[in-house]
Design a protein around this ligand. Structure first.
Ligand SMILES: [Mg+2]
Ligand SMILES: [Zn+2]
Length: 208
């Protein structure tokens, strides 16, 4: 058992993967023009935020290590993504990405504690955003998203968008631990989660 250092105002978060979960999976997204929201994703993020959760995007971007795009390009894509989401009434509290990969180019060639399924991004957000990790959840289209959640002992939901359908097959084939729930997409995942946690007793964020 670990001692949780949570401040009284700490809020749970819905951690969401980016590619294949919030926006369409295009192999190593590197152009803003290719950015396309998955139907219902903005509504999903708006719903959980209205319920008092923080919304945190966590994304592996090994394309940086592999030399496919620069960190600056990742930031530009995230700026555009946040713009698309806020235009649809959905706010995001944090966006974290890991540009590393062991087989990448220097200085990115490292086994990073932030690369999912390592839970580094969850812990970083926990510290920086004041998150009650124990009441949080991770939603993503890959088994590694589910595993990231399980490594800190919280539920992981698999969505069937992006690589989700293939990943569900792989989970069965390889006998991997089951996701806590499997949903057709992010909106369905969020609806299910909010139904399971109707009494989270979250206080709404003060305006301003
Ligand atoms: Mg993904
Ligand atoms: Zn990293």
């Amino acid at each position: 058992m670990t001692e949780q250092k949570t401040s009284p105002e700490a809020r749970p978060a819905v951690f969401v993967d980016r590619d294949g979960t919030v926006c369409r999976e295009v192999n190593y997204l590197r152009r803003v023009e290719d950015l396309q929201l998955i139907p219902g994703a903005a509504d999903a993020l708006r719903l959980v935020r209205e319920a008092g959760y923080r919304v945190v995007i966590i994304s592996n971007q090994s394309g940086v290590a592999r030399g496919y795009l620069t960190e600056e390009m990742v930031h530009r894509i995230h700026g555009a993504l946040i713009g698309m989401l806020t235009a649809r009434g959905a706010g995001v509290d944090g966006v974290y990405f890991c540009p590393h990969h062991v087989e990448g180019n220097p200085p990115y060639n490292m086994d990073c504690p932030c690369r999912k399924p390592n839970p580094g991004m969850l812990h970083k957000a926990e510290k920086e955003l004041g998150i009650d990790l124990a009441r949080s959840v991770v939603i993503g289209d890959k088994y590694s998203d589910v595993e990231t959640a399980h490594r800190v002992g919280i539920p992981g939901i698999l969505v069937l968008t992006g690589y989700g359908t293939k990943e569900r097959e792989r989970i069965l084939r390889e006998g991997l631990p089951s996701p806590d729930h499997i949903a057709p997409d992010l909106l369905a995942a969020v609806r299910w989660w909010l139904k399971q946690h109707p009494g989270t007793q979250l206080t709404p964020e003060l305006p301003g």
